[in-house]
Structures are given as structure tokens and as C-alpha cells.
Ligand binder design. Sequence first.
Ligand code: CO
Length: 160
Amino acid sequence: MDKNKEFHTVRGYQLLDQNNRLLTSAMEDYLEMIYRNFLTEKYMRINMLSEMLNVKPSSATKMVQKLTQLGFVKYEKYGIIFLTDQGRELGEFLLNRHNIIEKFLEMIGINDDLLVETELIEHNISSNTLENIKILNEFFERTPEINKRFKEFKNSYLNK
Ligand code: CO
């Protein structure tokens, strides 16, 4: 992914976030899931969404209506959901944020419940902390010898 664009998206959401949070955690989960699907299918159906998120179709419909009011999705007849430009931009940010946190947790050696751990963190992290974690991820990626030293240090620490 284009790095400048990634950072632009992070800042874009920060702007939206200045006066209180725009979306609840649940709304963020919905939008992230719709965006994941958008990358492969270009659209989503209510019943697919409710299955993927393990919720009732009626709950999914309610949430999608809220996201429609906020201008992130277009909900058309036959249960088909499309993302607006704004929805695509925020969805990209949410997926990106998820991936940054997941990569970080993997890097420090979290293997169990990686997805659950990521979900616990992702909704509450500030854009500034996220950006700094992203930099740390890149630092470790670009300096594998330091990554290796960290792993050795951790092993010896745990076996003290
Ligand atoms: Co997520």
C-alpha cells in the first residue's frame, strides 16, 4: 500500500475524531467488515454481514441504517450495501489500524487469541499512538538483527 496514503487516512480519521468519537466500537466493527468484503466483492448483503459478525439480521439492518445516516454506506433494496467514498476511506483506516495492531502483537510474541487481543485494543487507541506503533513495526521490519536480539532477550528474560 502507498505509504503517504496510509498516513493521510490516519490523519483523516483523527480530524473526524476531534469532537468526541464519531462511531461506536460496534459501528467500527461493522464498517471494518464491510470494507474487508468490499476489497474482494465490491458490495455486501445484510445476511452476509450478519453471518460474518455473528449477529441477527435485524441488528445488522439497524446498524447499517445508522451508518447510512452518517454517510458511510448506501443501503439499497434487496439488502445490498455499498460504501460511499467517505465509508471507503474510513473503512481503509479501520482495516489498516487492525493490521498495524495485529502485526505489533505478533512481533512481541502474542500467538494465542491474536484476533481477540487486537479487537480489544483497536477501538480505544489514539491516532498518535497508532502512528508510533506503526513506526516501531517498520523499525523492527527493517532491522531484522534487532528483532532477533529482542527475541533472544525475551527468551532469556522468561527463562531467568
Ligand atoms: Co478489527
